[in-house]
Design a protein around this ligand. Structure first.
Ligand SMILES: Nc1ncnc2c1ncn2[C@@H]1O[C@H](COP(=O)(O)OP(=O)(O)OP(=O)(O)O)[C@@H](O)[C@H]1O
Length: 379
């Protein structure tokens, strides 16, 4: 054991700060006589909010969650969760003493108990005394007031999953692990459950690691992401930063684009538009009536962005910004290029043909006009 543990460089070195989840793990699975899957990760994620774990099938996402949960007894490394040390090379807190909730793809509820019985069981099993108002808070955040008396078999897939998430929250976890919680649901059930996950993010200030293959879920829910490939972390950081990186697989093909955190500053009732500002400029978007004048996440697809050398005033396009070319990358399609643009403190991505890139003679550092054909609030 000492041998393997020694391989993790600085594994017991002080972890950077008290807040956040700091995890370093190495794990090997022998898959055949000649083939081993190696997980080798070092992640630092915020102490609250949703961090998406994204990567192709077999990249090691579930293995990472299992290491964090203490379920991989052969994993070596260290883990600290908001100041609590759960593992290093000389000590391992066992799974049942790690204060975490784990939600799987399929909700595994006790079939002989009602939804309410399942929740009360979680409270009883919890090591900490629950505040009386916690049950009401969890039930209200997950919107399950009306189904508490039903048995799991009487619930839809989405309802079962909401009860499973509520049950995980009632164990008062310091960390919530969610492994593709919506993957077994159809689109209608997914859309039904997403608003509850959004309110979960704002109501409980714990770190949530959320494995998903679905870019639309990640765009909507996550603040931060860890991107994995072949057992390694290829990138980690704020979602707004990672989505605009054209070298990462977060958006592929027509899904490539940027995410901007925007604030609504004006609503134009006559033209059904709203003006939003972001750290770099302003945009006009189709108005979305809601009572949130606070932060809104806006997605701008690279295919909706075009570039011009001079500002066009005779075009139908409402949104024209100026920016600087930060990066030019070949697209998967050999006819296309992706251009990453710095606009103030934010980034946008444009998808252009190689031919247009050549015609405009664009190079790194050039200042350019950016036309945005369409942008939408993420809902
Ligand atoms: N218990 C095990 N024994 C041997 N190999 C395993 C074991 N568990 C996982 N693996 C292998 O480790 C690799 C990573 O698996 P893991 O389930 O972590 O990937 P993943 O990114 O979660 O994949 P998916 O998106 O398909 O769920 C895969 O090649 C898998 O076959």
């Amino acid at each position: 054991m000492a041998d393997k543990a020694d391989k993790i460089e600085g594994s017991d070195a002080p972890l950077t700060s008290d807040q956040g989840v700091h995890a370093r793990f190495q794990l090997g699975y022998a898959q055949s006589a000649t083939n081993t899957f190696e997980l080798d990760v070092d992640i630092n994620i915020p102490g609250q909010g949703i961090t998406a774990v994204f990567g192709e099938s077999g990249s090691g996402k579930t293995s990472l969650l299992r290491c964090i949960a203490g379920l991989e007894t052969n994993a070596f490394g260290s883990l600290q969760v908001n100041g609590e040390l759960w593992q290093n090379t000389s000590m391992v807190v066992p799974t049942y003493k790690r204060n975490l909730g784990y939600v799987f793809q399929e909700a595994s509820l006790f079939e002989h108990l009602t939804a309410s019985g399942n929740l009360r069981y979680a409270i009883k099993r919890c090591n900490q005394i629950a505040k009386p108002e916690l049950l009401n808070q969890v039930v209200s955040v997950m919107g399950i007031e009306g189904i508490l008396s039903k048995h799991p078999l009487q619930l839809s897939g989405g309802e079962r999953q909401r009860v499973a998430i509520a049950r995980a929250l009632l164990s008062q976890p310091k960390l919530l692990l969610m492994d593709e919680p919506l993957a077994s649901l159809d689109t209608a059930r997914k859309l039904e459950i997403l608003p509850y996950l959004e309110s979960l993010r704002s109501s409980f200030s714990i770190p949530i690691l959320y494995v998903s293959h679905a870019v639309d879920e990640i765009v909507r829910l996550a603040d931060h992401a860890v991107i994995m490939r072949h057992g390694k972390v290829v990138a980690q950081g704020a979602i707004t930063e990672l989505f605009s990186r054209a070298d990462l697989p977060l958006g592929v093909g027509n899904e490539v684009g940027a995410i901007l955190e925007c604030k609504v500053i004006e609503r134009d009732k006559h033209w059904h538009l709203m003006r939003v500002e972001f750290d770099g400029g302003e945009l006009w978007l189709p108005n979305v009536e809601n009572n949130q004048n606070t932060l809104q996440r806006v997605r701008v697809l690279a295919s909706d962005v075009s570039l011009t050398l001079t500002p066009h005033t005779d075009s139908s396009i409402l949104n024209v910004l100026s920016g600087q070319i930060a990066e030019i990358i070949n697209d998967q399609d050999p006819a296309m290029s992706l251009v990453r643009l710095k606009v103030g403190a934010s980034y946008l991505v444009a998808r252009l043909t190689q031919r247009s890139l050549h015609k405009l003679a664009l190079t790194l550092g050039d200042y350019i006009w950016i036309q945005i054909k369409s942008a939408a609030i993420v809902r």
